[in-house]
Ligand binder design. Structure first.
Ligand SMILES: Cc1cc2nc3c(=O)[nH]c(=O)nc-3n(C[C@H](O)[C@H](O)[C@H](O)COP(=O)(O)O)c2cc1C
Length: 175
């Protein structure tokens, strides 16, 4: 597919089988994330963590939903592979989340091109970032905090690869 076709084909999946993502495809997805533009070119302020331990994925999900109305729900929808994007402190407010958006979109587009179903999961961030024992278990480097994550795998059925939400983004043009 060309880039514009991949952009159009990408949509969120919210129900995954246990079939693992092949290593070569996972590598290509990580490489695509690392090719994203990042503010000030500070790639050393970014870290990716691949998590494929079901117990750890469940613990991160539990930390994210604890005390909310979604308590106990699997925010990763059964996915066996999660990539977490972490960031060191940035010099400008919000830069870490702007970087995460660019990186994550590259993950999602690469996954789509490679036939790997995917969804952007922001819900992880605060609960995980505030759980030191999980940060340590996941090997998040000192001084870094999770800012985004993606779930990857294969949709459990066609309905899990949710129909695209209708787009209605406003545009104005001047000049
Ligand atoms: C920054 C960001 C955070 C998101 N966080 C979640 C999330 O935590 N859980 C979820 O199911 N979907 C999440 N999504 C997916 C959006 O809900 C989804 O992209 C949007 O509804 C459009 O649907 P589509 O991806 O199928 O085109 C997130 C998307 C973005 C860009």
């Amino acid at each position: 597919m060309g880039v514009l076709e991949v952009i159009e084909a990408r949509k969120s999946t919210r129900g995954f089988t246990a079939v693992p993502v092949p290593e070569d495809k996972l590598g290509a997805i990580l490489k695509a994330g690392g090719e994203a533009p990042v503010g000030l070119g500070k790639y050393d302020a970014i870290h990716f963590t691949v998590i494929q331990n079901p117990g750890l994925i469940a613990a991160i999900s539990d930390a994210a939903t604890k005390g909310t109305e979604r308590e106990g729900l699997d925010i990763y929808y059964g996915a066996g592979t999660v990539i977490v994007v972490s960031s060191a402190a940035q010099p400008a407010p919000g830069l870490e989340y702007s970087n995460a958006g660019a990186i994550t979109q590259n993950f999602l587009l690469a996954a789509t091109e490679l036939g790997i179903d995917n969804v952007y999961i922001f819900g992880t961030v605060s609960g995980f970032a505030n759980a030191p024992e999980l940060l340590q278990k996941a090997g998040i480097p000192d001084g870094f905090k999770p800012v985004a994550s993606v779930a990857l795998g294969y949709a459990e059925d066609a309905a899990a690869r949710v129909a695209k939400v209708p787009r209605s983004v406003a545009v104005n043009r001047v000049g």
